[in-house]
Design a protein around this ligand. Structure first.
Ligand SMILES: Cc1cc2nc3c(=O)[nH]c(=O)nc-3n(C[C@H](O)[C@H](O)[C@H](O)COP(=O)(O)OP(=O)(O)OC[C@H]3O[C@@H](n4cnc5c(N)ncnc54)[C@H](O)[C@@H]3O)c2cc1C
Length: 280
C-alpha cells in the first residue's frame, strides 16, 4: 500500500505543467488523485514525477460556449453534480461518495477512461468532446468522445498532453434518464445506462442516444436499441421492445459481481427504465 518513490511538482501555469511533463517520460498528471493514487499504492502505476494541476488557473468552472457548455477539466464531480447540466449533473451525483466527489475531477475521469466510470458513457451519448493541449508539437486539439476511448484504461490523451476542458452540446429539448445498478449506493456501476430522448411534435421519437457503462472495455452506444426506437412512438411497449436490444453486439467483462449474461440482462432492464424516464 506504499507507492514507489516519485517526485512532485505543482506548477502555476499550463505551459509550466506541459514542460514538466515533457521533462520526464515517466511523468503523469495528477488531478483529484482518486484513480491514480490507488493504482500507485497497489504499484500498478509507478510514475517518477507527478505534475499536480491544482494550481494551474482556468481549469475549473462551467460556462456557456458557442451555444453549448464548457467544463474545465479540474472541475470536481461535486461541482458538476450541482451545475444544472441535466444528465451530466445527475450522473456526476451518483459517483461514489462525497469524499470522492469533492476531489475527483471530470477531466481525470475522462482521461483515465475506466469503462466502469460514469462520465465516459455520458460524454459518448451526449456527443461531447474534450480539448487537449500539448507542448510538443505545440498546440491544442479537440477529440470527439467516439475517438477518445480506445481500450481499457486507454484514451487518445497521450502522456505528454493535458486535457484542459470538456465540451458538451446544450441538448435543449432532450429528456434524459440515468440508471445505475450497484450493490451499495457508493459503488462503481455493475452496469449503468444513460438515455437522451427528443420527442417530435407528434410525440414520436425524433432522436435517441443511449450510452452503456461497464458493458465492454470502453463505453458504448446501444445502437441497435437506438435504431429500434428512432421515429417510433414512445409508448411502454415500443420502449420495451427497443430496450431488449440494449446488449446487442456487447462483450461485457465478467467480474466478481456479475457474469457477462447477468450484465446483458441488466443492460436491457436499465435501458428500458432509462428510456421511460427520458420519455416522460
Ligand atoms: C472509492 C472510490 C469509488 C469510486 N467510484 C466511482 C464511481 O462510482 N464512478 C466513477 O465514475 N468514478 C468513481 N471513482 C473514480 C473517481 O471518479 C476518480 O475521481 C476519477 O476516475 C479520476 O479522476 P481524478 O481527478 O481523481 O484523476 P486522477 O486519479 O488524478 O488521474 C487519473 C488518470 O488520469 C490522468 N489525468 C487526470 N487529469 C488529467 C488531465 N487533465 N489531463 C491529462 N491526464 C489527466 C492521470 O495522469 C491519471 O492517469 C471512484 C474512486 C474511488 C477512490
Amino acid at each position: 500500500m506504499i507507492p514507489a518513490q516519485f517526485d512532485y511538482v505543482a506548477p502555476e501555469s499550463l505551459d509550466e505543467a506541459l514542460s514538466a511533463l515533457q521533462s520526464d517520460e515517466e511523468a503523469k498528471v495528477l488531478a483529484g488523485g482518486h484513480s491514480l493514487v490507488p493504482l500507485m499504492k497497489l504499484r500498478l502505476a509507478a510514475p517518477s514525477l507527478l505534475v499536480d494541476l491544482r494550481r494551474v488557473p482556468d481549469l475549473t468552472g462551467i460556462e456557456r460556449e458557442n451555444g453549448g457548455w464548457r467544463i474545465g477539466a479540474m472541475t470536481t464531480h461535486f461541482a458538476v453534480s450541482h451545475g444544472g447540466l441535466g444528465l451530466v449533473s445527475t450522473a456526476a451525483g451518483t459517483i461514489a461518495d462525497p469524499q470522492v466527489r469533492y476531489r475527483g475531477t471530470i477531466g481525470g475521469s475522462l482521461a483515465h477512461g475506466d469503462p466502469a466510470s460514469d462520465m465516459p458513457a455520458v460524454l459518448l451519448a451526449a456527443g461531447g468532446s474534450v480539448v487537449v493541449r500539448s507542448a510538443q508539437p505545440p498546440g491544442e486539439r479537440e477529440v470527439p468522445a467516439d475517438a477518445l476511448f480506445q481500450d481499457y484504461l486507454t484514451t487518445a490523451v497521450s502522456g505528454g498532453e493535458i486535457l484542459t476542458s470538456v465540451r458538451l452540446p446544450a441538448l435543449d429539448g432532450y429528456g434524459f434518464g440515468y440508471q445505475k445498478f450497484n450493490r451499495r449506493k457508493e459503488d462503481w456501476a455493475m452496469v449503468a445506462v444513460c438515455a437522451l430522448v427528443k420527442k417530435g411534435a407528434d410525440g414520436s421519437c425524433e432522436d435517441v442516444r443511449i450510452g452503456l457503462t461497464h458493458m465492454g472495455s470502453t463505453p458504448l452506444r446501444a445502437t441497435a436499441a437506438e435504431q429500434a426506437l428512432q421515429g417510433r412512438g414512445l409508448d411502454a411497449q415500443t420502449i420495451a421492445v427497443a430496450a431488449e436490444q440494449a446488449a446487442e453486439g456487447t462483450e461485457p467483462p465478467a467480474d466478481l459481481n456479475a457474469t457477462a449474461e447477468y450484465k446483458r440482462h441488466l443492460a436491457r432492464v436499465l435501458c428500458r427504465r432509462a428510456l421511460e424516464q427520458a420519455s416522460q
